[in-house]
Write a protein that binds this ligand. Structure first.
Ligand code: FES
Length: 177
């Protein structure tokens, strides 16, 4: 997947509640290695920033942890759990690793693309759904799996996934975020 840091760069600072959370997280690591907390801090920044990391948020994490900006950019672009552009209300992450693939992940993905009229790494015009491919989500026994925001949906097929999309659209099911 190709990642790109965006030009759109809203000014980001952690809110008071998240700063308090960060203080607690930092206490878990040796004070001489604050950079060990980079992954949870990026996660907090992403959650505060409506599900994605703007450059300003990455820089803020780097400043707090006394890390070179580039090192934080490298980490944020390596892990698929960080989004470097805005996503829809529901971020659908399709597992494409072998067990899910053998159990019909391609059909599930294709059904979603057709139903929503968008491709991978795209967001529907109404801003509801973004599609993304990821590697194993660690729930292979229930393949094929799609993660929607923080929730897992398992044992899907081309019909049940479309039903799920419609339930999400109607608000009958809500993805945790
Ligand atoms: S291969 Fe899909 S969850 Fe492991």
């Amino acid at each position: 997947m190709k990642y790109q840091l965006l030009e759109i760069d809203p000014l980001f600072t952690f809110n008071t509640g998240n700063m308090a959370e960060i203080e607690k997280i930092l206490l878990k690591y040796p004070s001489s290695f604050p950079q060990s907390a980079v992954l949870p801090l990026l996660d907090i920044a992403q959650r505060q920033n409506s599900g994605w990391l703007c450059k300003s948020a990455l820089d803020e994490v780097a400043k707090i942890l006394h890390m070179p900006f580039m090192q934080v950019y490298e980490i944020a672009t390596f892990y698929s759990m960080y989004n470097l552009k805005p996503t829809g209300k529901y971020l659908l992450q399709f597992c494409r690793t072998t067990p899910c693939w053998l159990k019909g992940a391609d059909d599930v993905e294709l059904a979603c693309k057709k139903h929503l009229g968008v491709g991978m790494d795209e967001t529907t015009q109404d801003g509801m759904f973004t599609l993304k491919q990821v590697e194993c989500l660690g729930a292979c026994v229930h393949a094929p799996v799609v993660q929607i925001n923080d929730d897992y949906y398992e044992n899907l097929n081309k019909d049940s996934v479309v039903e799920l999309l419609e339930n999400l659209r109607r608000g009958d099911v809500t993805g945790t975020r």
